[in-house]
Write a protein of this length. Sequence first.
Length: 123
Amino acid sequence: KESQAEKFQRQHMDPDTSTVTASYCNEMMKRRNMTVGQCKPVNTFIHEPLPDVQVICFQGNVTCKNGKPNCHQSSSKMRITDCRLKKGSKYPKCDYQTQQLQKSIIVACECVQYETVDFDGSV
Ligand code: PAP
């Protein structure tokens, strides 16, 4: 079974893409299996090396949106792409708006290896 850390990487990690096109989210949301059964409404991809994302678990501690205490905010800005389902898009045709941003990100971390398990937002 897919671990929480593996799920985080599938849903949020894309280190090798530097420039995204308008169709990026439509392609990536499908390729990473986030359009199965329903269109995942909002998702962020991170274009930074995995180790640079994992060390966020040792950076500023913040409260998660769900009230848990295990979230961390990156001390530097990261290259990210926000994917947002367009109004009127109907499953199974998942049509996304693609927006490239540079923001500090917030992730949840768990376990002794301090693995990133949840993308909590960007600020
Ligand atoms: P997301 O990363 O876009 O939020 P989502 O699949 O909603 O994707 O969440 C990833 C996992 O992190 C969820 O667990 P699951 O895969 O077993 O369903 C979610 O419950 C979990 N999660 C959310 N917030 C936290 C948190 N603060 N600490 C640990 N796990 C969390």
